[in-house]
Design a protein around this ligand. Structure first.
Ligand SMILES: [Zn+2]
Length: 285
């Protein structure tokens, strides 16, 4: 996708309509600006093409600035996230888990001012996976719980990574781009959920690793477990696109399809992610 098109997509953004979340009570959400983090250090960008990494970071910054100035306040974001969660519950079985809730409470109260009080739901899926809906709703797979059984530090890092995606506006930015696309007047929830899972950029992944590590450490969790977990997770970029998206991807407008494919094609390698975790350990918050 060319740069001018990106800019035009971002420039004509607007919040989702109230009808999108009709019938869903908006949970209280403070309209805070959230955690501010410096750009990723260059040493953590290896494995990515330097120019592409630069372009992605510029886009992420622009996207975030547009969101913060474009009427996407915390209440609006929380309302959209809740609406997506309700829709997801209509498709699959979601449950809450006491172990997850305990870890998440520690992260919520870890001493860093967050934009949302985050909640998490477990999906019956064997692959280790997690993703973040806007507004602080995290969905993780039963496979991730199994992979981290007996290792709360590792699971806490996985949760903190998702929490960081929300706090850094990555989840909301996906939808901002969606609503900014001309002709996207009738949101179909399948594609929306597919986007939530797969449309973060390589640099956003590293940002989430870094802030996630910082939040986990502040809450008293060990980052050794975080690095070990990165070694054990299957690389997302190796997944088969047709399996991941199916008909959902085909339903997206071409511009957004390109966005998703761009993001997947540049997934950071494990060494870059470990570098981001170590940088998170010294991140001033
Ligand atoms: Zn992520």
């Amino acid at each position: 996708m060319s740069w001018p098109l990106w800019v035009s997509l971002l420039a004509c953004s607007g919040p989702p309509s109230d009808e999108a979340a009709e019938g869903v009570a908006a949970p209280p959400a403070p309209n805070r600006r959230g955690v501010q983090t410096p750009p990723l250090p260059e040493r953590c960008l290896y494995g990515l093409d330097p120019q592409l990494a630069q372009r992605l970071m510029e886009l992420d910054t622009l996207s975030r600035a547009t969101l913060m100035g474009g009427g996407w306040d915390g209440a609006r974001e929380a309302k959209l996230g809740q609406s997506l969660l309700v829709t997801l519950k209509g498709r699959v079985n979601l449950r809450q888990d006491p172990r997850v809730d305990t870890l998440l409470t520690r992260l919520n109260l870890g001493g860093v001012p967050l934009r949302f009080e985050h909640t998490a739901w477990v999906l019956d899926e064997a692959n280790p996976n997690a993703y973040a809906l806007p507004g602080g709703r995290i969905v993780l797979s039963a496979g991730l719980l199994a992979l981290t059984e007996g290792d709360d530090d590792a699971l806490a890092f996985a949760l903190a990574h998702e929490l960081a995606h929300v706090e850094l506006y990555h989840s909301a930015a996906v939808y901002q781009r969606l609503w900014a696309t001309q002709g996207w007047a009738d949101p179909a929830w399948g594609p929306l959920l597919a986007l939530t899972r797969h449309a973060t950029s390589a640099t956003q992944e590293l940002e989430a690793d870094r802030l996630g590590a910082a939040l986990a450490q502040r809450a008293g969790f060990s980052l050794d477990a975080a690095e070990a977990l990165l070694e054990r997770l299957p690389p997302a970029a190796s997944a088969d696109l047709s399996d991941l998206f199916g008909a959902d991807l085909q339903a997206l407008p071409p511009e957004l399809r390109a966005l998703v494919l761009d993001g997947l094609g540049t997934h950071p390698n494990v060494e870059a992610r470990r570098c981001a975790v170590r940088d998170g350990a010294t991140l001033p918050l």
